[in-house]
Write a new protein. Structure first.
Lengths: 112, 115
């Protein structure tokens, strides 16, 4: 079965600094999608960024970017110029034709 | 468009009772997903629909769980004879279902507490 591993249960970053959240996954598929979702406290989950596995170029969305290493099955999220509103649980997710899995999450704290 | 909505937002029930949750997806989305999320964990996939057809069910979905999407629009998730272990947040998500549109949009969830 496919697994998604987030090895950092908690991370902390100073406001305006950069932080990287790690994610690795296991799959035998060649066609899949990867996502980072953000879940603020008591609020609904929202998409931060997504990556199609067939694309070699790393996805970027404003202050958020990924480092997608397909051979290593690694998909890290970099948050630049961290803001207080970035504090949340971050979930890495994998989606193939037959499977959808989430990691256990990384709780990000942003210090003012 | 108001996004994915779920009702109720909170439900407290006694063990052994039946509960039903409703999800209204984004109107043009033909895929609808149900997840369960326990405290401190990521969502666990339960089942999904392509229009009205239920295409996939997780092993987590025991016989006490049933989901429907009768007209390919809203969906219901029913839990029969609830157990304390069913206490969790139940999330619904929807997507367009096209190859390049696999982003899922989540609802606010229904938090279930079984006493």
């Amino acid at each position: 079965a496919q697994t998604v591993t987030q090895s950092q249960p908690e991370m902390s970053v100073q406001e305006a600094e950069t932080v990287t959240l790690s994610c690795t996954y296991d799959t035998s598929e060649s066609d899949y999608y990867l996502f980072w979702y953000k879940q603020p406290p008591s609020r609904q989950m929202i998409l931060v960024i997504r990556q199609e596995a067939y694309k070699q170029q790393n996805a970027t969305e404003n202050r958020f970017s990924v480092n997608f290493q397909k051979a290593a099955k690694s998909f890290s999220l970099k948050i630049s110029d961290s803001q207080l509103g970035d504090a949340a649980m971050y979930f890495c997710a994998y989606r193939s034709r037959d499977d959808m899995r989430f990691g256990a999450g990384t709780r990000l704290t942003v210090k003012p | 468009d108001t996004g994915v909505s779920q009702d109720p937002r909170h439900k407290i029930t006694k063990r052994g009772q039946n509960v039903t949750f409703r999800c209204d997806p984004i109107s043009e989305h033909n895929r609808l997903y149900w997840y369960r999320q326990t405290l401190g964990q990521g969502p666990e996939f339960l089942t999904y629909f392509q229009n009205e057809a239920q295409l996939e069910k997780s092993r987590l979905l025991s016989d006490r769980f049933s989901a429907e999407r009768p007209k390919g629009s809203f969906s219901t998730l029913e839990i029969q004879r609830t157990e304390q272990g069913d206490s969790a947040m139940y999330l619904c998500a929807s997507s367009l279902g096209l190859r390049n549109q696999e982003t899922q949009y989540f609802g606010p969830g229904t938090r279930l507490l079984v006493l």
